[in-house]
Design a protein around this ligand. Structure first.
Ligand code: G3P
Ligand code: CA
Length: 281
């Protein structure tokens, strides 16, 4: 990374010497996931990055929603009286009429499903988005990021390594994270191995996508992380929601933790610093 690129948030975060705290779907512990209140809360809690998921509506708009169906996190089923309510079967306008907050708590009633472009505007004011592509073409995302001058002001991640490779070809400068273990390799093949732990073969495969970050499940060892670091790859883990797990992962050297509970992770990091301070006296 050159000095001139370091003014951008993504390379700066990648170069961080301390573990990063990343809000999962905003601040999912205390607000409905992937909504504006969740993002505002995560910003207020000082998350280094704020993760969100997006998919495409029927009319091609990138919408912030995790599941392929709208049922779990909105009132789609009650409102439309259909058993299945897939994101790609509805227009953005229809999806934005839904209530994406009441399922979580009555105080969030009326919260909308955000359009990705609007969510990024809110998050980028005071934090950095970790944009997870669940469905949609690489070109559509690149058009949005370039149009809004957000290349390397956000970080992009996906479990679909073929998508990552396509994105990397379109925007080689954009920092990306490869979520793992993946269902699809960057060749488009399904991985033969079922090893879930981050290891040398996974890292070799991961580098073919152009990713600079392995965003792994918690099956990471000190050795796996050392191997990643030797290759210039950072290791972030998902989704860390207890102090015990956070401590184990910090002990083996992770570079970032994605969490539903941002304040719990900050507290864990602070307590460790206090302990180290006592030991140094
Ligand atoms: O950011 C990692 C994590 O979000 C991946 O799993 O299902 O929550 O999108 P999921
Ligand atoms: Ca996600």
């Amino acid at each position: 990374m050159t000095g001139s690129e370091m003014h951008l948030p993504a390379p700066r975060l990648l170069a961080s010497k301390r573990p990063l705290v990343i809000g999962h779907r905003g601040y999912a512990q205390f607000a409905p996931e992937n909504t504006f209140p969740s993002f505002e809360m995560a910003v207020a809690a000082g998350a280094d990055l704020i993760e969100l998921d997006y998919r495409q509506s029927r009319d091609g708009v990138l919408m912030v929603v995790h599941d392929p169906e709208l049922n779990r996190t909105t009132d789609a089923r009650r409102r439309w009286r259909h058993r299945h309510n897939r994101v790609e079967s509805r227009t953005a306008l229809e999806i934005q009429m839904l209530d994406a907050g009441s399922w979580f708590g009555h105080e969030f009633a009326g919260t909308r499903v955000p359009v990705l472009a609007e969510a990024l505007e809110v998050i980028q004011r005071n934090s950095v988005a970790l944009v997870e592509r669940k469905a949609g073409d690489a070109l559509d995302l690149v058009k949005l990021l370039r149009g809004k001058h957000l290349i390397n002001r956000v970080i992009v991640q996906s479990f679909d390594w073929a998508f990552l490779r396509a994105l990397h070809e379109l925007a080689p400068e954009q920092i990306i994270g490869a979520l793992g273990p993946p269902k699809v390799l960057c060749s488009g093949r399904k991985p033969a191995a079922i090893f879930r732990r981050l290891n040398g073969p996974w890292l070799r495969e991961l580098q073919k996508t152009g990713a600079k970050i392995a965003v792994w499940n918690q099956q990471v060892s000190r050795r796996g992380i050392q191997l990643a670091h030797q290759r210039g790859i950072k290791v972030w883990v998902y989704t860390v929601n207890t102090q015990r797990r956070a401590n184990r992962l910090l002990n083996v050297g992770v570079d970032g933790m994605i969490t539903d509970n941002i304040s719990l992770i900050w507290r864990t990091i602070a307590l460790r610093a206090g302990k180290n301070g006592r030991a140094a006296q």
